[in-house]
Design a protein around this ligand. Structure first.
Ligand code: KG4
Length: 339
């Protein structure tokens, strides 16, 4: 089954073709980062406008790289939630028009379920159930992936997402947007104990990052106001170490409680070298299988949507022309329910 997967929830227009879910025939990603860098973050209106400009040409490119024509497609999958509403609407409306014109099914995909599915592409042997830590610019979730379309939330951030904190701190340090990778690079060789930063504790498997973000920003602002030198690698290393201490032990506890012995990590922050190393060590200690997708599949892409679209299709999650974009939606409710 050939599925065209469309992703436009934030600042990447991404379109891919999958065969029977896990085989990716093409994966085209057009990042808008350059457009948003001067503003230090994503400007929603610019993101929507840019998606409109490129989406049709990118779909043609994805078909051509897959060596197929639009008539070969069996279904169109699209991210319909969560994300920037204007940006989502571009992908959803394009997908609706394509499905209508080609008279093929329209499959709505939850963005987080897409991130989880990046692991199905990278690891052909991986099957649910497993625990997945999804860490991106907008979400931080510990998920019980019971089945391809049955995802339960075990824990989530109560305030900021981990990626959002990386981006905010990097911006104040003068690094380009999105700052996660730049901050990761600057932390190399820095002393992780240079600054004692808080590790917030909340009940269960929930997490909280806003206290850490504020404490780190205060250190930067104080140094700036007093015109004192700042040990940037040390601060970056201390911040990453605090994020890691809040993510890794909680996730390992959740993995232990679920008893699956399989952990997957997903989302843009899964590219972080310290977090990857730490999970490798912890999983080796307890004998759990660890699935870390390659960096190319950690960020937003169309392949993960085309892949998850296949499993949503098999589960009967198909939409009609009434499909609308949804800005905020738990992955627990990710299976599309027509109104
Ligand atoms: O999954 P993604 O591409 O988009 C969302 O769905 O949000 O994630 C983007 C996030 C950004 O916050 C970015 O700074 C962060 O992933 N990121 C990183 C690294 N690479 C990207 N954060 C920490 N370390 C990295 N190496």
């Amino acid at each position: 089954m050939l599925i065209l997967g469309i992703e436009s929830s934030c600042d990447e227009t991404a379109i891919a073709v999958s065969r029977d879910g896990r085989e990716i025939l093409s994966n085209c990603v057009l990042s808008q980062i350059d457009m948003h860098t001067i503003y230090g973050g994503v400007v929603p209106e610019i993101a929507s406008r840019k998606h409109i400009e490129v989406i049709a040409a990118l779909a043609e490119q994805a078909l051509s790289e897959a060596n197929i024509t639009r008539k070969d497609l069996d279904a169109i999958a699209v991210t319909y939630a969560p994300g920037l509403i204007g940006a989502l609407l571009v992908g959803v409306n394009f997908a609706k028009a394509a499905a209508l014109a080609l008279n093929i099914p329209l499959i709505p995909v939850h963005h987080i379920r897409g991130h989880i599915a990046a692991n199905y592409i990278a690891f052909p042997e991986l099957e649910p159930p497993f625990v997945c830590l999804s860490i991106s610019g907008g979400n931080t979730l510990i998920l019980d992936v019971r089945d391809y379309t049955d995802t339960r939330v075990m824990g989530s951030t109560r305030d900021d997402a981990a990626g959002e904190c990386f981006d905010k701190i990097a911006r104040v340090l003068g690094m380009p947007y999105p700052g996660g990778k730049a901050l990761d690079d600057r932390s190399m060789g820095g002393n992780p104990n240079a600054h004692p930063l808080p590790r917030t504790k909340v009940s269960g498997y929930d997490m909280s990052f806003s206290g850490l973000k504020t404490a780190t920003l205060n250190i930067i602002h104080n140094a700036q106001q007093r015109e004192e030198p700042l040990d940037v690698p040390g601060l970056c290393a201390s911040f990453v170490s605090a994020v890691r201490d809040m993510l890794v032990p909680r996730t390992m506890e959740a993995l232990n409680a679920a008893g699956y012995g399989k952990l997957a990590v997903a989302g843009g922050v899964a590219a972080n070298s310290h977090i990857r190393n730490s999970f490798e060590q912890e999983c080796a200690k307890c004998g759990a299988a660890l699935y870390l997708p390659p960096l190319s599949l950690c960020g937003d892409n169309g392949a993960m949507i085309a892949c998850q679209g296949y499993y949503e299709y098999l589960a009967g999650n198909i939409a009609g022309q009434e499909l609308n974009a949804v800005a905020s939606l738990s992955p627990e409710k990710g299976s599309y329910e027509p109104k």
